[in-house]
Ligand binder design. Structure first.
Ligand code: GLC
Length: 541
């Protein structure tokens, strides 16, 4: 039974082929390169890879603009290379999930080319059209400041097509049964090739039915159940991991009351409050965010992350909170983006090892499944000279050799970070592997430890209120096993007292250091915390 819930104790690693490893030395990452690095991922301890879109694409939105759902972009290899990769990953016990980007296609997709050709083309209704200029043509942009409209005139027929994102990514009309059938076909195709599920892109927008002149739109949550049913008929333990940055009270619509919607969702709400806690040492909003997202069906699951391939979106914070995070982690205008976020990597935002460890330790102990972004395991930085979100998508830094060991090509297609303290000469896998104290080795240790704590994914949890400010204590319980995690967000050391009533255990065995605490006669555990310190304990009688 439990193995069907593999996602409850998985550690997911997100990567983009394009910037991971170039195997054929043409300057672009590919399946050949990724295959070479599977042992690395295995050694790191991750058991699930989330692959960013790799299908044929004009690549104007990092591959999220797909022009053919049933293939591999030739820059990354062939379908044969994909299958080879799947075979090797399976051999190492690594599952693969891929992006399902069906809110929109590229404007270069054959379907759109046909749809725009004439008003009576059979593909016309695969997209969303208006015969007049909608009054809301410039409302609801996802990329404000960069994107100018959501309805754009198509010169051929003079009608306007809807695009939630860039104008080169027209929205598919998911109300159309033919489109729905096609989406199932896409899911079925990749499942047949062995993937364990999908990271579903832009979920709320897939569910909407945009209409000209109408600002509000109803979301068809029932569609998620349809997708899940199909997915599970085809492959019992396959999952959907949804990208939906929504309010806590809306999440039940996505997971489904009976846990019959999507399996996992990124917890954007907690993510933003976590960054606020790191920036301010004020942890109450984070505690509230955790409580607000507590009630989900036992088979549903949150995915927790620190950074991803997009901006750090702070749109759910109050104005004051957002400004605080900007001030600490993205004070310059060039670090901010879309009026709501920060386009930097974790290491460069936090700037010091203790806080990076604190952030990751915390993320690993939040109720859900951790997702790690490639490069964060070695503390890679960003390149703010690149446009928009490209700043955080620079090539993986494998070594101090040319092009960071990412590629042996003479030409540099994707610029590597070669200046400053985050340059590949300073920050790379090869050096860190040989240094027992490196972030890489710390991360590999923590991933192993996390895998040994399935209570986090399966168990029930509570926040234990403690006196000193800025310290988060969480306690998990599952099948009589107890875990207690303590995180100090502040820059000063602290002595913390936990009673046996609070910890519900006489002994606290430290899982990271070789110490343990037995409660004193008054039933008190005294826990020493360093600045930004964290402790993982398992209970014992
Ligand atoms: C999601 C992706 C983002 C992409 C957008 C449009 O938000 O994470 O990278 O630009 O969808 O597909």
């Amino acid at each position: 039974m439990l193995e069907h819930l593999w996602y409850k104790n998985a550690v997911i690693y997100s990567l983009d082929l394009e910037s991971f490893k170039d195997g054929n030395n043409d300057g672009v990452g590919d399946f050949e390169g990724l295959i070479e690095r599977l042992d690395y991922l295995h050694a790191l301890g991750v058991d699930t890879i989330w692959l960013a879109p790799f299908q044929p694409t004009p690549n104007k939105d990092n591959g999220y603009d797909i022009s053919d759902y049933y293939g591999v972009d030739p820059r990354h290899g062939s379908s044969g290379d994909f299958v080879n990769f799947m075979h090797k990953a399976r051999g190492l016990g690594i599952r693969v999930i891929i992006d399902l980007v069906v809110n929109h296609t590229s404007d270069q997709h054959l379907w759109f080319k046909e749809a725009r050709a004439s008003k009576d083309n059979p593909k016309r209704n695969w997209y969303v059209w208006s015969d007049h200029k909608p009054s809301n043509w410039n409302k609801g942009m996802v990329f404000p400041g960069v994107q100018k409209a959501t309805w754009t005139k198509d010169p051929k027929t003079g009608s306007y097509y809807f695009h939630r994102f860039y104008d080169h990514m027209p929205d598919l009309n998911t109300d159309n049964p033919e489109v729905r059938d096609e989406i199932l076909k896409i899911i079925g195709f990749w499942l047949q090739l062995g993937v364990s599920g999908f990271r579903m892109d832009a979920v709320p927008f897939v569910l909407e039915s945009p209409k000209p002149d109408v600002d509000s739109t109803t979301l068809h949550y029932g569609y998620l159940k349809e997708l899940r049913r199909f997915l599970q008929w085809r492959k019992g333990d396959a999952i959907l991991l949804g990208e939906a940055n929504v309010l806590p009270e809306e999440t039940v619509n996505y997971f489904g009351e009976a846990g019959d919607g999507i399996h996992l969702m990124f917890n954007f709400f907690v993510n933003q409050h976590l960054f606020y806690a790191l920036a301010s040492t004020e942890i109450e909003p984070l505690q509230k965010a955790l409580e607000a997202t507590r009630e989900i069906n036992p088979t549903s699951q949150w995915a927790h992350f620190l950074r991803n391939h997009d901006e750090l979106d702070l749109g759910r914070l109050t104005e004051e909170q957002r400004q605080r995070v900007f001030q600490e982690f993205g004070p310059e205008k060039n670090m901010q983006i879309y009026d709501r976020g920060i386009r930097r990597r974790l290491a460069s935002m936090l700037g010091n090892r203790q806080q990076i460890e604190l952030a990751y330790s915390l993320m690993f102990t939040l109720p859900g499944t951790p997702v790690i972004r490639y490069g964060d395991e070695i503390g890679m930085g960003d390149d703010l000279s690149l446009k928009e979100r490209e700043a955080v998508r620079t090539p993986m830094q494998w070594s101090s050799e040319g092009q960071a060991g990412f590629s042996d090509s003479d030409k540099e297609v994707k610029p590597v970070i070669s200046e400053g303290i985050y340059s590949y000469k300073q920050v790379n896998v090869k050096d860190q592997k040989r240094d027992p104290n490196s972030l890489f080795n710390w991360m590999a240790f923590m991933i192993r430890l996390r895998k040994e704590c399935p209570e986090i994914g399966f168990g029930s949890w509570e926040i234990i209120p403690v006196k000193p400010k800025g310290i988060l204590v969480m306690r998990y319980e599952f099948k009589e096993e107890i875990l207690v995690f303590v995180h100090n967000f502040t820059a000063k050391g602290e002595e913390l007292v936990l009673t046996t009533r609070q910890a519900k255990t006489q002994r606290l065995i430290d899982l990271i250091n070789k110490v343990e605490s037995i409660a004193d006669e008054d039933g008190r555990h005294t826990i020493i915390l360093n600045a930004y310190g964290y402790r993982w304990f398992r209970g014992g009688e």
